[in-house]
Design a protein around this ligand. Structure first.
Ligand code: AMP
Length: 466
């Protein structure tokens, strides 16, 4: 079935054709006619299924008639993260290019004044994260009684992030009768309650989870010793035909560390994790999307739901702690019918094996395991070989070198504040800094002599001897 059977207008169909889509995905085929009829929809679907277009396309047609008034948006889309909100905004630009709809984006980390201006101009489509939306609402800059369509996207993710009370507040404040489109990958009890409360006889559309439709994703499991994980990763990165890839780590600090290590080995790589400034996150995403960098080291929270089309590879540097995360991670590749490869690096440890069992139970397919991958010798990059050696040791087991320990203690003391040693111990760059060569002296101010030992103190002293 083609898009032309769904009831969309010609200008919208033309934008869809320009996007290069020939066939609607299952959620699009089922949801679009329902949304156009004005019915509430409950979509149980994950990212990667084409769900964004399943609501944006019909919304564009519905909203093409009528005009927005200042501060009274006509539709509202709630997204759990700023990145997802920005992505939905991109979709409206792409699919709405033959319409003249106005749009405002209210996300954290961005100037309030600019956002207020966009609201004042009147928005047909308002895309927001819940917290920022309530901020504007409570400052009286926004009225919610002009909303005709409300979309709650990634509701289970809102739950994970503690946003459900905000979502409820927002739903309660939209007093006008409106159409609600509600999407969630899973339906835990809290989400079910929410749908019962705020949806009116919805059409329930459930599409297969990417875990069960992953036929386009080739999955591999590589078993290595714990000290060889980075070498194995680099070997894979060199041997595979990679257009672009995301490397997932379980912890933020490992994201930073793997990123720095790959960078030092000459890979084109960026990092994405929750500790980064919003502007840096957007910038690295832009670079990745525009192929300025080939690889992205990411944590689950930062990367969940990101729509980066055409990712050829996903690497799990660690076996994810939750089977669901595995599904989300590998869902970054093999999207909308494209081919992709997901490579998971594992060790023989009991923990890894337990996690893998859970993943295989959920995906109902055993993972092909390559045992004891042979690590080939690699050419050393020009960087200090000592650092590279240290680099191979698993972060959590590597003892701090004596110098580091002293240095860390001094810094904590000298600066009169607690000092997070774990950061430095596991950070290539900080390790670089703490060699006591003049160029590598710490940049932070220190009290007293710091790490410098004056020569006279090193002179032998003959105590008691004449
Ligand atoms: P989503 O689930 O909305 O995050 O979409 C996943 C990816 O599929 C995005 O990169 C879309 O651009 C792409 N996509 C959406 N609809 C289609 C379609 N009908 N055919 C091919 N690709 C699509």
């Amino acid at each position: 079935m083609g898009f032309d059977r769904l009831g969309l207008s010609d200008p919208t169909l033309s934008a869809v054709a320009d996007a290069g889509y020939s066939e609607p995905t299952p959620i699009q085929a089922q949801a679009i006619p329902q949304v156009l009829m004005g019915r509430d929809v409950l979509g149980i679907a994950q990212t990667g299924t084409g769900k964004t277009a399943s609501f944006t396309l019909p919304m564009i047609d519905i909203l093409s008639e009528g005009r927005a008034r200042a501060r009274m948006p006509r539709s509202l889309i709630l997204e759990p993260t700023r990145e997802l909100a920005a992505q939905v905004a991109d979709s409206f630009v792409k699919y709405g290019k033959n319409h003249k709809l106005t749009m405002a984006l209210l996300i954290g980390g961005v100037n309030f004044a600019e956002q207020e201006k966009a609201l004042d101009r009147g928005a047909d489509v308002l895309i927001a994260t819940p917290g920022r939306l309530l901020d504007h609402f409570e400052r009286g800059k926004l009225l919610l009684n002009g909303i005709d369509i409300l979309v709650v996207d990634e509701a289970d993710r809102m739950l994970d992030m503690g946003f459900i009370p905000d979502v409820e507040k927002i739903c309660e404040r939209i007093t006008k009768k409106h159409q609600t489109l509600f999407f969630s990958a899973t339906m835990p009890p809290v989400i079910q309650r929410l749908t019962k409360q705020f949806l009116d006889d919805p059409k329930k559309i459930e599409v297969a989870r990417p875990a069960t439709t992953a036929s386009t994703i080739e999955q591999m499991l590589i078993e290595v010793g714990p000290r060889d994980k980075r070498k194995a990763l680099r070997q894979m990165l060199r041997e595979e035909e990679i257009k672009n890839g995301i490397i997932f780590c379980n912890r933020k600090r490992d994201v930073k560390e793997v990123y720095l290590s790959l960078e030092s080995h000459g890979f084109s790589v960026g990092q994405l994790h929750g500790d980064m400034e919003q502007s840096d996150r957007m910038e690295v995403l832009r670079k990745f999307k525009e192929n300025e960098i080939q690889l992205l080291c990411a944590s689950d929270v930062a990367a969940r739901g990101l729509d980066v089309p055409d990712v050829s590879h996903v690497f799990n540097f660690d076996v994810p702690g939750h089977a669901d995360d595995y599904v989300h991670r590998i869902g970054r590749t093999g999207r909308a019918g494209r081919k992709g490869k997901a490579i998971t690096i594992t060790t023989k440890s009991k923990v890894d094996n337990k996690l893998l069992e859970a993943i295989e139970r959920l995906t109902k397919s055993p993972l092909k395991r390559i045992e004891n991958l042979e690590i080939k010798p690699e050419k050393r990059p020009s960087r200090q070989s000592e650092d590279i050696k240290a680099d191979e040791k698993p972060a959590e087991h590597r003892p701090a070198r004596r110098n580091e320990r002293t240095q860390d203690r001094n810094r904590g003391r000298n600066q009169g504040r607690s000092y997070d040693r774990s950061n430095d111990r596991n950070n290539d760059r900080s390790r670089d800094k703490i060699k006591f060569a003049p160029d590598d002296m710490p940049k932070e101010p220190f009290v007293g002599l710091g790490p410098h030992v004056p020569a006279f103190l090193l002179k032998e002293v003959n105590l008691g001897k004449k």
